[in-house]
Ligand binder design. Structure first.
Ligand SMILES: C[S@@+](CC[C@H](N)C(=O)[O-])C[C@H]1O[C@@H](n2cnc3c(N)ncnc32)[C@H](O)[C@@H]1O
Length: 439
C-alpha cells in the first residue's frame, strides 16, 4: 500500500525517541542502513523525517488533541496506538497530506499490530473526528505554550522576559531554513542556488532536496552551518597565519571557518567518529591547514599555547530546537546543571592555553543563561586573568539586538526575521570574547 512503509517507519522512530529517549539524529543514523529505510524512495525518506520532526515539534498540541478526543486514557500496552495516533494527528494538522490517506493508513498500521488492532475503531474514530474539527481545535490551542516544556518556558521568561520567551517558543514551531557558509562570494552562491544573502553573510535556502546534489558541494565551495553558528568563530578577528585551537570541534563547522580564514587550526574533540567527519569535511572543502586531535579536554594538554582559542563547549543545545525538536523531550534541568559544571571545568582549563594578549571565544548553542552569560560572569568574577572585548554590531552584520549589555553575543531563535526573499530565524547562540592579560 503506497505510503504505508513510510508511516510504519515514522511510528517506529517516534516510539524510540519518546519511549527510549533516543536522539532524533542518532535514531535516523542507525536506521539509514536498514532495509526498511533503504527501500524507501528519497522523497519518502524525507517525508519520514518530516512526520517525526513535526510530531516532536508539536507533541504538546498533538497530545492535547488526544486528551480532547479520547475519553478514557489508553492502557500502557496501547503504546503503539498512541504512537500511530501521534503520527496520524501530525499529518492531519500540520502536513500536506489528504485527511483520508492519513486516516486509512493509520488504521491499516493499527490493524497490523497484534495488540494495537483491538483499538482500530478508536484510531479511525479519533482521526476522522479530528479531520472534521481541526480548525476549531487549532483555534482553541495555545501552540507556543503547549509545545514547550514548562521548565524551559519558565527559564526563558526569567532570562528574557515574557514577550521574548513567547517569541522564542513561536519560532520553534517552524522548521529551520538551510543556511550555508560560503568560502567566498555569497551573492554568487545565493544566485546559483536560488537563496538569499543574510545580513550576517550566510546564504539562506528555503530547504529541501539532497544537499550533496547542490552546485558547489563537491567542489567544496560551502558547508551547511546555521547563520548564528557562523558568528562565534568570526569574533576571533583576523586569524590568518595564526595558531588557533578549535576545542570541541566536531563536526567542524567552525574549524572550516577558521581554516578558510587562513588560520593554522588544531581541532580537538573527544569523539574519534565525529572527528572522521571533520577530516572528510576538510577534505571536501580543500582546507589542509587543520590538525585533528582526538582527546578529552579534561586530561589533554597542548605542547604549546595558542594565539587564539575557540571553545564551543558541549551544552544542552536548547538553542537548536528548530532543527532538533527532540531536545525539548530529552533534556532536563539536571542536564543543564551537569553540563554547566563541565563547561566551567573546560573553560578554566583551556583558558590557560591562550598566549598573553590572545583571544578566547567561549560559545554554546544553548538558550540557558547558566551555560552562557552566567559562566562568563563567574569566570571573570573569580579573578581569571582576562577582560571582555565587547562584540560590535558591525562584526555580526549589524545585528545589534543580539549583543547583550555586557557586550556578549546572544542570538535568539526569532532573530533574523523573515523577509520576502527568505524565511526567518536562527539558532540561539551565546558567545563571549575574552582577551588574556599581557602579564
Ligand atoms: C557543540 S558540539 C561542537 C560543534 C562544532 N564546534 C562545530 O561547530 O561543528 C560539542 C562537541 O564537544 C565534544 N566534547 C564533549 N566533551 C568533550 C571533552 N571532554 N573533550 C573534548 N571534546 C568534547 C563532543 O564530542 C562534540 O563534538
Amino acid at each position: 500500500m503506497p505510503g504505508l512503509a513510510a508511516r510504519r517507519l515514522a511510528t517506529d522512530i517516534l516510539a524510540k525517541i519518546v519511549e527510549k529517549n533516543r536522539p532524533l539524529d542518532m535514531e535516523f543514523d542507525s536506521r539509514s542502513t536498514t532495509p526498511a529505510f533503504r527501500n524507501l524512495a528519497p522523497k519518502d525518506r524525507a517525508f519520514v523525517r518530516a512526520m517525526v520532526s513535526t510530531a516532536l515539534r508539536r507533541l504538546g498540541q498533538i497530545d492535547d488533541v488526544l486528551r480532547r478526543l479520547i475519553e478514557k486514557p489508553l492502557p500502557d500496552k496501547a503504546d503503539r496506538v498512541v504512537d500511530i495516533l501521534r503520527v496520524g494527528v501530525a499529518q492531519i494538522l500540520f502536513l500536506d497530506v489528504p485527511d483520508h490517506a492519513a486516516v486509512s493508513l493509520s488504521v491499516t498500521l493499527t490493524d497490523e499490530d497484534r495488540i494495537a488492532k483491538a483499538w482500530k475503531g478508536l484510531v479511525n474514530g479519533v482521526l476522522r473526528t479530528l479531520a472534521r474539527r481541526k480548525d476549531e481545535i487549532l483555534a482553541d490551542q495555545d501552540a507556543a505554550a503547549l509545545n514547550t516544556p514548562e521548565w524551559l518556558f519558565e527559564s526563558w521568561t526569567a532570562a528574557y522576559g515574557p514577550e521574548r520567551a513567547r517569541a522564542i517558543a513561536e519560532a520553534h514551531l517552524t522548521e529551520a531554513a538551510l543556511d550555508l557558509t560560503v568560502k567566498s562570494d555569497p551573492a554568487r552562491w545565493a544566485a546559483a542556488l536560488g537563496g538569499a544573502v543574510l545580513p550576517t553573510g550566510s546564504v539562506r535556502l528555503a530547504g529541501g532536496g539532497a544537499i550533496d546534489k547542490l552546485e558547489g558541494f563537491l567542489e567544496g565551495e560551502w558547508w551547511v552551518q546555521d547563520a548564528a553558528a557562523a558568528l562565534p568563530a568570526r569574533l576571533l578577528g583576523d586569524v590568518k597565519g595564526r595558531q588557533v585551537a578549535d576545542l570541541c570541534a566536531a563536526p567542524g563547522g567552525k574549524t572550516a571557518e577558521l581554516a578558510a580564514a587562513g588560520a593554522e587550526v588544531t581541532a580537538v574533540d573527544l569523539s574519534p567518529e565525529r572527528l572522521e567527519r571533520v577530516k572528510q569535511n576538510m577534505g571536501r572543502l580543500r582546507l589542509p591547514n587543520v590538525r585533528v586531535v582526538a582527546a578529552d579536554l579534561e586530561t589533554w594538554t597542548p605542547k604549546e599555547s595558542f594565539d587564539a582559542i575557540l571553545l564551543d563547549a558541549p551544552c544542552s543545545a536548547t538553542g537548536t530546537i528548530r532543527r532538533h525538536p527532540d531536545v525539548m523531550l530529552l533534556k532536563s534541568p539536571e542536564d543543564v546543571a551537569t553540563l554547566a559544571a563541565l563547561q566551567k571545568r573546560l573553560l578554566e582549563r583551556v583558558s590557560a592555553w591562550v598566549k598573553p594578549g590572545g583571544a578566547l571565544v567561549y560559545c554554546t548553542c544553548s538558550l540557558q543563561p547558566e551555560e552562557g552569560e552566567a559562566q562568563i560572569e563567574a569566570f571573570l568574577a573569580a579573578g581569571a586573568p582576562f577582560r571582555r572585548l565587547p562584540v560590535r554590531p558591525e562584526e555580526i552584520g549589524g545585528l545589534a539586538q543580539a549583543i547583550t549589555l555586557a557586550g556578549d553575543l546572544r542570538t535568539l531563535p526569532f532573530h533574523l526575521p523573515a523577509t520576502d526573499a527568505q524565511p526567518g530565524g536562527c539558532d540561539g547562540f551565546f558567545a563571549a570574547r575574552l582577551i588574556r592579560n599581557e602579564s
